[in-house]
Write a protein that binds this ligand. Structure first.
Ligand SMILES: [Cu+2]
Length: 308
């Protein structure tokens, strides 16, 4: 979204930039079939303004599409890294910083070099389609903003990069690479951007609207189980057989966590920074496992001990 806001002024500067053609002449990016008339025609769609800014109009349109995908990937990875930092999950921070670095390197390569860099970009883009699996899972909880929007944007950015780099490569081989987008391309990318933005906003609204908190009186005297980062606190619960226990599940994470006890047929979902009250009335003594699944941060486990 930042890209959209910043793009307009750069487009204007770009139009009167005399260095554009000289740069092309130096052969930094040889583009076959460049039509200046296309470059000078009016631009009105958000996607085109964004994609025009990326590459400063010296790179073919589909190379800029691929680069836009990588920049989106980098931006989402940065958000992930920051959330993980707040969560205190060092390994996740490291993972997303490496992820960002790989995308940045790909951008640099595609910027500087041509064919083989596009191959690298296409491969990196298609590899990142593994986020599609998380997106499929996330379809059942669009009301958990980060769980849903992160894989959505990462899958979309992977598609942009993979498809963009592939098309750029094919067009280059055929000598049909061009700097300007066609009218259809402008409309298509603009429509996709608007739909995505709409879905992101909707997910945010559902997230805020769906958060639950227990009432103060109900919470009084409840046993609190916190889901924080990738651990449960406490990891050991002790209950008396035949007595009703009220448990307050608190999710202190940016991501959704479940609370499950197979033997009690309990399977509940707690939204990020949400609370949920449940009642447990054990009828048998023994040791049971309670589980908390999180799609984005991993599963956790604790032990429930029921005594006489
Ligand atoms: Cu969990």
């Amino acid at each position: 979204m930042l890209l959209f806001a910043a793009s307009q002024s750069v487009v204007r500067q770009g139009k009167s930039d005399p260095s554009e053609n000289s740069r092309l002449n130096q052969g930094e990016t040889p583009v076959a079939g460049t039509r200046l008339a296309d470059n000078l025609q009016g631009r009105n769609s958000m996607a085109d303004m964004t994609l025009t800014t990326i590459g400063g109009k010296t790179h073919p349109f589909y190379t800029r599409v691929a680069v836009a995908g990588l920049l989106l990937n980098g931006l989402v990875s940065l958000v992930f890294a920051v959330l993980s930092l707040i969560d205190g999950e060092a390994s996740t921070v490291a993972f997303f910083i490496i992820y960002m670095a790989l995308s940045a390197i790909s951008v640099g390569l595609m910027w500087r070099f041509n064919k083989w860099a596009l191959v690298v970009g296409a491969i990196w883009g298609f590899v990142n389609l593994w986020w599609g699996w998380f997106l499929i899972l996330a379809l059942s909880y669009p009301n958990s903003f980060f769980d849903f929007v992160m894989p959505l944007l990462l899958t979309f950015s992977a598609l942009l990069t993979g498809v963009g780099a592939t098309v750029a490569l094919v067009q280059q081989r055929r000598g049909t690479a061009r700097i300007a987008a066609t009218r259809t391309e402008r409309r298509t990318f603009g429509a996709i951007a608007i739909v995505l933005l709409g879905i992101v906003i909707l997910s945010g609204i559902l997230h805020i609207a769906g958060r639950t908190t227990g009432s103060a009186e109900a919470k009084a005297g409840a046993t609190v189980v916190q889901m924080k980062n990738s651990y449960l606190a406490p990891e050991r619960l002790e209950l008396r057989v035949g007595e009703t226990a009220i448990i307050l599940l608190k999710n202190n994470d940016f991501f959704l966590h479940t609370f499950e006890i197979d033997e009690f047929a309990i399977e509940r979902t707690v939204l990020p920074f949400g609370e949920l009250l449940i009642e447990l009335r054990p009828t048998n003594t023994g040791e049971f496992t309670f589980r908390s699944k999180a799609y984005m941060t991993g599963d956790m486990e604790g032990t429930l001990v029921v005594t006489k």
